[in-house]
Design a protein around this ligand. Structure first.
Ligand SMILES: CC(C)(COP(=O)(O)OP(=O)(O)OC[C@H]1O[C@@H](n2cnc3c(N)ncnc32)[C@H](O)[C@@H]1OP(=O)(O)O)[C@@H](O)C(=O)NCCC(=O)NCCS
Length: 176
């Protein structure tokens, strides 16, 4: 990560529309499809309204819990990735998903931003009242496992994804 960069975790806004959609397009070109990217492309303003409702725990998609989304933004304009902080666990999130999910856009990987996005969302989790958070990743996702470990994650156990059947590593990060 170059010296002098300004990295911020910012809640989605109208002002970031073009920068965010540019990241979404990049993911699609790389054949990486993330939850709600289609929604953002089709109706950005409606998507922002959804995100605000979901933060309040309203109008949630089935199986979802209240969650806050943040974008990692470099120098006020380039959206590097996104993260979601969930308010609580469900039995399904205990298996896979945990309290926090994140991604970094393909062209900005292996530069330390994945480590940074988790580091920046942890204080938000503490501020939201969490004393510890569960963070999971596929066991073969070496990059994500490193990110979690570098942020203080302690491997607790393994589970099996209900979606892919793959082994999932479950880590707790203490926030006190
Ligand atoms: C996983 C992901 C977030 C990593 O982001 P990133 O910005 O590349 O992460 P970092 O640059 O902070 O890398 C952290 C560490 O992992 C290593 N790493 C990253 N990607 C790696 C890979 N594909 N293979 C091996 N090591 C990898 C880095 O070298 C670094 O190691 P170091 O600390 O020893 O130097 C990114 O690849 C991504 O968004 N993937 C798709 C979505 C996803 O998997 N999200 C996580 C779900 S749990």
């Amino acid at each position: 990560m170059p010296v002098g960069e300004r990295l911020q975790l910012i809640e989605p806004s109208e002002a970031l529309k073009d920068f965010y959609l540019e990241m979404v397009e990049e993911c699609r070109e790389a054949f990486e499809f993330y939850a709600f990217h289609d929604r953002a492309l089709n109706d950005y303003r409606g998507y922002l309204t959804d995100l605000q409702a979901w933060k309040r725990g309203e109008r949630l998609p089935p199986g979802f819990v209240a969650m806050t989304s943040y974008w990692l933004v470099r120098n006020g304009e380039r959206v590097l990735g996104e993260t979601r902080l969930r308010s609580r666990l469900t039995p399904a999130l205990e298996v896979e998903g945990g309290h926090i999910g994140y991604m970094i856009r393909p062209s900005e990987r292996r530069k330390g931003y994945g480590t940074q996005i988790l580091a920046l969302v942890l204080p938000q989790a503490r501020w939201a009242g969490h004393r510890r958070v569960l963070v999971t990743c596929d066991t073969d996702n070496i990059g994500s496992a490193r990110i979690i470990e570098k942020n203080g994650g302690v491997l607790n156990s393994y589970s099996v994804s209900l979606y892919s059947g793959k082994q999932v590593s479950r880590y707790w990060i203490e926030l006190e």
